[in-house]
Design a protein around this ligand. Structure first.
Ligand code: SF4
Length: 239
């Protein structure tokens, strides 16, 4: 069922607020230790794009439980380097349950037969390539983990660590992590970089909608550059 737009019920919201109150100041590792052990009906999974910062969250998760399901949305428009990086991290971190979700074949044929919808309507393209598959991926789960951070700015500036999101809990363990924290974690744990990072890409999504960032720009400035769009929609309530 595609239920990302389902409003959260008051009991779920209260539970999320209580968890955020208890864990809002905790380290990401403590948040994960606590919530990967929490009894969420339907279980908990992480969503990862295997982008430039993804290794940090995935390493932390693997340290707690490498069997944690990791949901990966293959939009059909990703860089080959992202798949290579996914495979590298899977092996290095010992992640044993990466699950791949793709757009509906019927949607692709009907909505985007030439694979050019991104140039005319990015919201519609993200809708069937990302938002709808994520709805399928999360179906039945009680909670999900993602890697958003406040330092990314825009709608992420006031992220809580735990929030209610439709019919489930959403966990943002790295909400308090800054750019320097990310860099230090990579160095400290000898984590490999995304292959495109050395070519000037600081945030990586689909090929047509990702460009290099210039020194001093926001880390996500290269995403949907020049369109005013800042999020694909999977983190926007009501989509
Ligand atoms: S990021 Fe671009 S190509 Fe990818 S789903 Fe969204 S609009 Fe389509």
């Amino acid at each position: 069922m595609f239920d990302l737009a389902t409003p959260s019920d008051p009991a779920l919201t209260a539970r999320a607020n209580a968890l955020d109150g208890a864990l809002g100041g905790a380290t990401p590792q403590k948040v994960l230790e606590r919530l990967l052990d929490e009894n969420f009906e339907g279980g908990i999974a992480a969503v990862s794009s295997f982008g430039t910062e993804s290794a940090v969250l995935l390493h932390m998760i693997a340290e707690v439980d490498p069997r944690t399901p990791v949901l990966f949305l293959d939009t059909g428009m990703l860089f080959p380097e992202t798949f290579a990086y996914r495979d590298e991290l899977q092996e290095k971190l010992g992640l044993s349950d990466i699950r791949v979700f793709t757009p509906d074949v019927e949607d692709a044929a009907q909505l985007d037969p030439e694979s050019m919808l991104w140039s005319a309507d990015t919201d519609a393209c993200c809708g069937f390539r990302k938002v709808k598959p994520l709805g399928r991926a999360l179906d039945g789960l009680g909670a999900w983990i993602n890697g958003r951070k406040r330092y990314h700015g825009e709608s992420r500036s006031d992220l809580p660590v735990v929030e209610a999101d439709g019919p489930r809990i959403k966990v943002n363990p790295l909400a308090n992590f800054g750019a320097q924290d990310i860099q230090s974690y990579f160095v400290q744990h000898h984590l490999p970089l995304h292959p495109l990072q050395k070519h000037g890409f600081s945030s990586i999504g689909c090929m047509p909608c990702t460009s290099r960032t210039l020194p001093g720009e926001n880390v996500r400035a290269g995403r949907w550059r020049g369109t005013g769009k800042t999020e694909c929609g999977i983190h926007i309530p009501g989509h």
